[in-house]
Design a protein around this ligand. Structure first.
Ligand code: ZN
Length: 427
């Protein structure tokens, strides 16, 4: 199958220059999770969708209500406000029918780190060098959100008629837990299928491992360093705990799903911060470590938490100090369950067909080792959801984040064909 005349008309309506310009503008807005710039981008998207004639639901998140919800996915950034944006382009039955396709993107990005590493020492430049756009968020995922809007523009500008509605969702707070996607699902927005246009390097990401943030508090006994045997170092107490976590990681990664084609360690247990002691010549009486625990595909987060707690309990049995001073475990911050689309769902083949017909290649299916909004759309929303978007995830959260313009344009064309096809575009 190749593209139909209606699909071709939508392809012809994509404005490449406007798409690249929009990406640059998005990068120039430093929308780190929880900042006012994040809200600015939500207002910008709502306005653009309204101008295109979409039926737009733009609402202020009720943070108190969301935080109190039993399924609240957690946050890590400070936040005083947040907005949700959903735009629906009505089909022939009006915009009340369920959208045949949702394209979703998050507007938030992670902080920039060392400025020296960026092109022009400016992570917010949107600088273009040799066909590559640079800046924080370039691939994760402002290229994807720009692509979603470009598809919206093209559908409208082409003049095709849609038999069934098409929707664009723009969310906040993906990076620290998925508050925006959570709120969008609670608000009742749905669709028959969704693509999160996160960077996938041309692959279809059909499953996500999850990630749970944990904190460990490990007690020691303070003493003067000159008489350290009078005390017990919390750092020494941490060593068998760390060994137990490595052992647990090994167990949990044995026999992982073959969808993890390019991931050697799908479910890492990683310690991100360790703090202990307050004086060089004192024996530290407390060590606080924070880390993330990978959640296996199809594993309930509660079971993953229980596995870690059981591993720590086993370590304590073998260690006299820990037996008397059990490690305290808490689960603050982002709580990403794992998620997946049913591997037999026809939507996967539909996206593959759009890739084949537009890009002339077959797209590999894979699972990703990181959590995303996928599990909220698939879990709470019951929406068959996968990732397909421009960029290489290895640049996400990294210095010198970038995306190739050629890839951005190519993926946008595929998304446009997918939208036209699923929504029944007619001339
Ligand atoms: Zn992302």
């Amino acid at each position: 199958m190749s593209t139909s005349p209606a699909e071709q008309r939508v392809l012809d309506a994509i404005d490449d220059d406007a798409l690249v310009h929009e990406l640059v503008e998005l990068i120039r807005t430093p929308s780190v999770t929880g900042t006012d710039a994040e809200s600015d981008l939500q207002h910008r998207h709502a306005e653009q969708l309204r101008e295109l004639g979409f039926d737009v639901d733009a609402w202020k998140l009720d943070l108190d209500e969301l935080y109190a919800h039993p399924d609240f996915p957690g946050i890590e950034a400070e936040r005083h406000e947040g907005y949700g944006v959903v735009g629906v382009l009505g089909g022939q039955g009006g915009s009340d029918a369920e959208p045949a396709l949702v394209l979703q993107g998050h507007v938030d990005v992670v902080p920039t780190g060392d400025l020296e590493k960026w092109v022009d020492r400016d992570p917010w430049s949107g600088a273009i060098r040799d066909g590559v756009v640079h800046g924080r968020g370039a691939c994760d995922m402002k290229a994807g959100t720009a692509a979603n809007l470009a598809v919206a523009h093209a559908l409208v500008r082409s003049g095709v008629v849609l038999e069934r509605p098409f929707a664009v969702h723009s969310v906040v707070s993906e990076e620290d837990g998925g508050l925006g996607a959570f709120a969008t699902m609670l608000r009742g927005h749905r669709g028959e299928a969704a693509v999160l246009t996160e960077p996938t390097s041309g692959r279809l990401v059909v499953a996500n491992a999850g990630a749970l943030t944990f904190e460990l508090r490990i007690a020691g006994r303070a003493a003067h360093g000159s008489t350290r045997l009078e005390g017990y170092s919390a750092v020494d107490a941490f060593l068998p705990v760390h060994a137990a976590l490595l052992e647990l990681e090994r167990e949990r990664n044995a026999g992982a799903d073959p969808l993890f084609t390019t991931t050697t360690l799908p479910y890492p247990i990683s310690i991100g911060t360790v703090r202990a002691g307050d004086w060089a010549s004192s024996v530290p009486d407390l060590l606080v470590a924070e880390g993330r625990l990978g959640v296996r595909l199809d594993e309930a987060p509660a079971d993953a938490r229980a596995a870690l707690e059981a591993a720590l309990a086993r370590a304590a049995v073998a260690d006299p100090w820990l037996r008397e001073h059990p490690v305290e475990v808490t689960w603050p911050g982002g709580q990403f369950a794992s998620g997946r689309i049913d591997s037999a769902h026809p939507f996967i083949d539909e996206v593959s067909a759009a890739v084949a017909d537009t890009e002339g290649r077959s797209a590999e299916r894979a699972a990703a080792p990181y959590g995303s909004d996928l599990r909220l759309y698939a879990g709470i929303g019951g929406i068959p959801t996968l990732h397909y978007g421009p960029g290489d995830v290895r640049f996400a959260h990294a210095p010198r984040e970038q995306v190739e313009i050629e890839e951005l344009l190519r993926v946008t064309r595929t998304l446009a064909v997918l939208a036209a096809r699923r929504c029944g575009a007619l001339l």
